[in-house]
Design a protein around this ligand. Sequence first.
Ligand SMILES: Cc1cc2nc3c(=O)[nH]c(=O)nc-3n(C[C@H](O)[C@H](O)[C@H](O)COP(=O)(O)O)c2cc1C
Length: 313
Amino acid sequence: MDPEKVHEIAMDKIARGLIPGNEVPLEYDSVELFGVHFPNRLGLAAGFDKNALAVNNWHRFGFGFIEIGTVTWHPQPGNDRPRLFRLPDDKALINRMGFNNDGATAVAGRLAKSASKIPVGVNLGKSKITPLEEAHEDYRQSFEVLQSLGDYFVVNVSSPNTPGLRSLQDREPLIRIFEALRTVNATKPMFVKVAPDLAESALEEILGVAIEMKLTGIIATNTTISREGLKTKNEKLKAQAGGLSGKPVYKISNDSLEFLAKNKPMEMILQGVGGVFDRADYDTKRRLGAELVQLYTGWIYGGPGLIPSILNG
Ligand SMILES: Cc1cc2nc3c(=O)[nH]c(=O)nc-3n(C[C@H](O)[C@H](O)[C@H](O)COP(=O)(O)O)c2cc1C
């Protein structure tokens, strides 16, 4: 079946609560971070529940938190289908969804009517029709309508599927975005999500911005544009445009996490994401310095019992 069709069916069943699971959040190594209680430290990464359709139900699978989005100011359809591909030989996915979402106002309305039993992060991106020079206004408008509805917020400047978006990881535009968010005058914990393809000098620059703008932390990482070392033989599949996730991104996202952990100030919080499939992967991200860990592709291949099996063995 088309992977996106599978996704839609699964999302529909999860949203309607038709998949049995835990009634209460799974408690394991629980922690209080930036004033929020996390029953466990393993969350669902952004991109799965882009529109906050199933926030009442994610605890059923054992997740300690979820990150909804990416949400943009303008509702948008994303790229043409097909735009999601499975590379089973690599335990990987390629996606070029392009921030398909209902827009910040609709998602805010949905969140306001939901009651998640676990913390909810809200991941923000730039609408495709908004010029790059006005990106900061797009993020600010989304944040304004969503700010009271999330436990933490993420400025996503690392998706490869919105033209020019990753250039917002440069110092000047990034500062403009966080300055614009500051004018909203909220006190919500704020993260920036980075690509795994950045040189150490670029990560250093982002650390500088994060310190200057008093961010809560950094999420490392998004998908990669690299196709290095893939086992998949199908050249056409490998060459699909988009971001690669899953096992092939594990090492480079760990390298980014490790570099950030070694160079960050003590109080800065790191979230590690990229290629987590089992307990050892989770432990490695924790050991490298991630207070919180997220996954997406591992859950696609591992199935709905994966989180309890990682946390409880
Ligand atoms: C189909 C798909 C859609 C995604 N959409 C988003 C998104 O909207 N925003 C975002 O920040 N990351 C998005 N991601 C990236 C994931 O959140 C994560 O950073 C990346 O996939 C690496 O983790 P993984 O190897 O566990 O999948 C998406 C990933 C996939 C596979």
